[in-house]
Design a protein around this ligand. Structure first.
Ligand code: PSU
Length: 303
């Protein structure tokens, strides 16, 4: 039996046809410092609710996969140190051992799919890291998008990554990368990346229809919706680029590898921008939560 539990609110929503949006927990435990992590987690849940949907934050607590956390559970996770960062490879082992862990984009997609949730909002997906030709560091998030039928709303791949290579891998894997409301692929903290997005859509209804069409065609996998950060909150690429390069250099010097790379870079960029990157990160996740709630509503209507 799968150790999966829905919070009462999420279970009610799913059975009554109320839209539900999955949210991840790695952004809380590894993506943001305390206390902004818990404040953001609450604010993102509030955005989902304001959009007429029910939030389902995913996490593994004591060997059970939770779809929807209580206020206490959310707080405990945000305050905990040394929480495991779970992806496709280690999810089953952690559940078997009764462990606790936060779900990445990949693990959240798996959890959402098991829980019967089709829409998921996050900040930015993982992707192909720079120098991947030497390190082979490619996030498991990309593979998951090709396997699991969840529509993921993100502000594009994080700008710390190699964006052209990330797009190439997504194309190889057959993942639709759909920019929302603009032609260009957004780059997380900035609306612009200098790269054309493979696809563009301008409404939540269209995105929901494309999700249904993939299922009708029998195509596995989800969709990546690249939703640009609101203009007022973005950090122009030129401001950020030197900071990203410095953080990348430090990661290399300190031989940061594997799962530690993304949290290290996000933390250093936060310090080097004196908090500006975090303010932008919070704004973009909330913006993604709003769009995801709309898409979830359209998916319910099109069932
Ligand atoms: N979005 C954010 N901050 C984050 C993440 C997403 O705004 O920290 C997390 C997600 O959980 C994503 C992970 O799956 O970063 C990517 O990690 P990696 O590059 O190690 O796959």
């Amino acid at each position: 039996m799968i150790p999966l539990t829905h919070s009462p609110e999420v279970a009610d929503a799913l059975s009554s046809g109320t839209p539900v949006v999955a949210l991840e927990s790695t952004i809380i435990t590894h993506g943001m410092p305390y206390p902004q992590n818990i404040e953001t987690a609450r604010a993102v849940e509030a955005e989902v609710r304001a959009g007429g949907a029910v939030p389902a934050t995913m996490a593994v607590l004591g060997g059970t996969l939770h779809a929807g956390l209580t206020e206490d559970e959310l707080t405990q996770l945000a305050e905990a140190t040394h929480v495991a960062k779970l992806s496709r490879a280690d999810l089953a082992v952690h559940l078997t051992r009764g462990g606790t862990g936060a779900t990445t984009v990949a693990a959240t997609m798996i959890a959402a799919n098991l829980a019967g949730i089709e829409t998921f909002a996050t900040g930015g997906i993982g992707g192909v890291h720079r120098r991947a030709e030497q390190t082979f560091d490619i996030s498991a998030d990309l593979q998951e998008l090709s396997k699991t039928a969840v529509t993921v709303v993100a502000a594009g791949p994080k700008a710390i990554l190699d964006l052209p290579k990330t797009l190439e891998v997504l194309e190889t894997l057959g993942v639709p990368v759909i920019a929302y409301g603009q032609d260009e692929l957004p780059a997380f903290w900035s609306r612009s990346s200098g790269i054309d997005a493979p696809l563009r859509m301008d409404s939540a209804a269209e995105i929901a229809a494309a999700h249904r069409m993939r299922a009708a065609l029998g195509l596995p996998g989800g969709q990546l919706i690249a939703n640009p950060i609101p203009e007022a909150d973005e950090i122009p690429v030129d401001d950020l680029f030197p900071v990203i390069l410095q953080a990348l250099g430090e990661a290399e010097d300190q031989r940061i590898a594997a799962k530690a790379v993304t949290p290290f870079l996000l933390q250093r960029i936060f310090e080097l921008t004196e908090g500006r990157s975090l303010t932008a990160n919070i704004a973009l996740v909330k913006n993604n939560a709003r769009l995801a709630a709309e898409i979830a509503g359209e998916l319910v209507r099109s069932r």
